[in-house]
Design a protein around this ligand. Structure first.
Ligand SMILES: Cc1cc2nc3c(=O)[nH]c(=O)nc-3n(C[C@H](O)[C@H](O)[C@H](O)COP(=O)(O)O)c2cc1C
Length: 327
């Protein structure tokens, strides 16, 4: 599975290339309108893909530490000021257009829809099943795996601690589990009788073979595709992935209020220690600075999502990457 990667990297061209090479291409749907999602689905089909999927964030509302959010906003505004970027006074909760996007996905009758950050409603699953769509849920521990199975999910994406981008913890306030992926897979397999796709820090054929030998039914890889020409990875991000100045990845709430792994940079160093668990409020407040940095090619002030295997990512075409993994 070509992991869904919101914020640019997942494009119709990437999903079509992954599916065309024998993988399962995935579109992301976060941070875009339902209409844009519909257009991306059409574009992926136009590019020749028949079997592919899409991912949807389940953004639930949690209590926010308001003073901590105000403190974060103040520091963010200080960081943004020299760039001429102003930061809104406050940000409110929104669910990223969940229902409108779900309608698009039901209409599109895709092969697969996966959910991240939480569980879909049982009616949502029923509607997708009615459209002939297999439903996956991304989980980071075996309790969430059990909940997803009880709800009627068809498969799980078990995401380990080395994954690039957001961790799919259902409650953004908890620390994401550090349990290594093979152990997590064993926990889930002991508890839940569903096909499991594993994700997180997998880079090459040996990683794939190892996870399959441990009982995974599939693997999902994101970082390995970030540098492919089909990915819509922004230029500052793309360049940082090969820049020796970036020496480690960190899990941080600095950019969005949810834990996510990326290359360590100034934004993380300044705001990571004080960023509250407030999603999507932190994401909304930080948006203008991240956009400014992306537009100005500044890798220090935008998120550079990457899994721990980032150094293995190549700029080969996606089909070549997938073919190399399938062997
Ligand atoms: C740039 C980027 C964006 C991501 N966006 C999403 C997303 O929209 N939905 C989702 O379920 N996972 C998202 N993820 C996580 C991936 O689906 C997957 O779990 C992860 O890439 C696997 O780890 P790897 O990057 O080490 O291969 C993203 C990952 C990256 C690197």
């Amino acid at each position: 599975m070509g992991a869904p990667m919101a914020g640019g990297p997942s494009t119709p061209a990437l999903a079509a290339a992954v599916s065309g090479a024998g993988g399962l291409g995935m579109l992301a749907s976060a941070y875009q309108s339902a209409e844009a999602l519909r257009e991306n689905i059409i574009a992926t089909r136009t590019a020749g893909a028949e079997i592919f999927g899409a991912n949807l964030f389940v953004v639930n509302e949690f209590d926010v530490d308001t003073p901590a959010l105000a403190r974060y906003r103040e520091h963010l505004a200080d960081l943004a000021e020299p760039c001429g970027v102003s930061i809104a006074e406050s940000a409110t909760f929104d669910d990223d257009g969940y229902h409108a996007k779900l309608d698009v996905l039901v209409d599109a009758a895709l092969a697969v829809v996966s959910f991240t950050f939480g569980l879909p409603g049982d009616e949502d699953i029923a509607r997708l099943h009615g459209a002939g769509t297999a439903v996956g849920v991304t989980v980071t521990n075996h309790e969430d795996a059990r909940s997803a199975a009880a709800l009627g999910a068809d498969f799980l994406v078990v995401q380990g601690p080395n994954a690039g981008g957001h961790r799919s913890t259902f409650d953004p306030r908890i620390e994401p589990p550090a349990r290594p992926l093979p152990d997590l897979l064993a926990d889930v397999a002991a508890d839940v009788d569903l096909p499991v796709v594993v994700a997180g820090g997998l880079s090459d054929r040996a990683d794939v073979d190892m996870m399959l030998s441990l009982g995974a039914h599939g693997v999902s890889m994101g970082t390995a595709l970030l540098r492919t020409p089909e990915a819509g990875t922004k230029s500052a991000h793309r360049r940082a992935l090969t820049d020796p100045a970036f020496t480690e990845t960190v899990v941080t709430r600095a950019f969005s209020g949810r834990p996510a792994r990326g290359l360590r940079n100034r934004f993380h160093d300044e705001l990571g220690p004080i960023a509250p668990a407030a999603y999507p409020q932190v994401n909304t407040l930080a948006g203008p600075l991240k956009s400014w940095a992306a537009a100005n090619d500044d890798p220090q002030l935008t998120n550079l999502w990457a899994g721990t295997g980032w150094r293995s990512a190549t700029e080969a075409p996606a089909a070549e990457v997938i073919t190399g993994l399938l062997g």
